[in-house]
Design a protein around this ligand. Structure first.
Ligand code: PLP
Length: 398
């Protein structure tokens, strides 16, 4: 038989680098969930609110006016200017809208491109474990090596500067942190962040700070990493509109960083995305102009649900660290003797409640499950009563 180049290609369709990635532990659960009826989902990490109407309306009006073309690669100037003003007003940090802010397709794109723009093959990126599911893959896809720093419930799942220091090698290039954190809801205090900043400066490391949940904090004040002494020049801030403004489907995020980093990120952005969706940028601008009241209402509501779910989980015997930000509770399920995957799978099939196994977020997430409380109080109440039946059935003494 003649050599067939097509069949050869078919035999090796994907790169070794892609083969290194494991499929998201969250996605597998969503597939299971989609095929089961009557499920209460504490699974998906997104607001149950629709986007506030005045924000959607601004986008609709822009379509009516015919704003349907590409924007500049960096994003519409008005949006970059408004973001720059907001970062100054909220955190007293100054970013030049012309060359220090890039509007991206969700903060996901900003994370991916930051890694690709900065890492050389074999560079190490220090990050907490457990952490957001995209951190490892983005580092691996950029040719880097994720290095995990364990965080534990005893330490409120906070990543400590002293622990970070122990994992630094001559290959370390980036410290990647995200707070408020997904999946734990942990926040880091200004003092803790200052200590991380000192370690970064001392070791000439860049900090990438994922602050997508910055506005979702309860009784705490968010500190923007770039506002710490010496850190604006040594950090990349990732942010976005998905969570605080209930705009997950609009896909708008941003990176704020020194001009040379933004220029490098923009080089990849211009050849891949070209620009973020035009009408979504208009919506994001409206969110910045007049979305504060809606955010405050949603935050109040999440806070009520947070208090309710943490108490509820504790009452049914699942000890739960108090999350101070985002919209996740991360209870321990060790009293059942199950792995987090067994727990989540059985809970879904037997009681029709969806949670995400902690192991999806890293080795140190084992023994926990993530419960997203961005859902109605009535659903949380029903989910808790189903979980109570489940825990009573499988509870194992000591
Ligand atoms: C910690 C964290 N960072 C980034 C993202 C991505 O958000 P988006 O791309 O919608 O801005 C998420 C979404 O769940 C997240 O939890």
């Amino acid at each position: 038989m003649p050599d067939n180049p097509v069949s050869k290609l078919r035999k090796y369709p994907v790169s070794e680098r892609t083969n290194q990635l494991s499929p998201s532990g969250i996605r597998r659960f969503f597939d299971l969930l989609a095929s089961t009826e009557g499920v209460i989902s504490l699974g998906v990490g997104e607001p149950d609110y629709s986007t506030p109407w005045h924000i959607s309306e601004a986008a609709i009006k822009s379509l009516e006016k015919g704003y349907t073309m590409y924007t500049s690669n960096s994003g519409i100037p008005e949006l970059r200017e408004a973001l720059s003003r907001q970062l100054k007003a909220d955190y007293d940090v100054e970013y030049d809208p012309d060359d220090e802010i890039l509007i991206t397709v969700g903060s996901s794109e900003a994370l991916d491109l930051s890694m690709r723009a900065i890492l050389n093959p074999g560079d190490e990126v220090i990050m907490p474990d457990p952490c957001y599911v995209a951190y490892d893959p983005c580092v691996i896809m950029a040719g880097g090596i994720p290095v995990k720093v364990p965080t534990t419930e005893e330490n409120n799942f906070e990543i400590k500067a002293t622990d970070i220091e122990r994992y630094i090698t001559d290959k370390t290039k980036i410290i990647l942190i995200g707070y408020p954190a997904n999946p734990t809801g942990a926040v880091l205090s200004k003092e803790q962040l200052m200590q991380i900043a000192e370690v970064a400066l001392h070791n000439h490391l860049l900090v990438i700070s994922d602050e997508i949940y910055a506005k979702l904090v309860y009784g705490e004040e968010h500190t923007c990493f770039a506002s710490l002494p010496g850190m604006k020049a040594n950090s990349v801030i990732l942010g976005g509109f998905s969570k605080a403004y209930a705009m997950t489907g609009w896909r708008i995020g941003y990176a704020a960083a020194p001009a040379e980093i933004i220029a490098a990120i923009t080089k990849i952005h211009q050849y891949t995305m070209m620009c973020a969706p035009t009408m979504s940028q208009v919506a994001a601008l409206e969110a910045l102009k007049s979305g504060d009241d809606s955010v405050a209402e949603m935050v109040d509501d999440y806070n009520r649900r947070r208090i309710f779910i943490v108490k509820g989980l504790t009452d049914i015997g699942l000890s739960c660290f108090e999350p101070k930000g985002a919209f996740y509770a991360f209870p321990s399920i060790q009293c059942t003797g199950m792995t987090s995957e067994e727990f989540a799978e059985k809970l879904l099939t037997e009681q029709k409640v969806a949670v995400v196994p902690g192991s999806a977020f890293g080795q140190y997430g084992e023994g926990y499950v993530r419960c997203c409380y961005a859902t109605s109080l009535a659903d949380i109440e029903e989910a808790l009563s189903r979980m109570k039946r489940f825990v009573n059935r499988y509870y194992k003494e000591g």
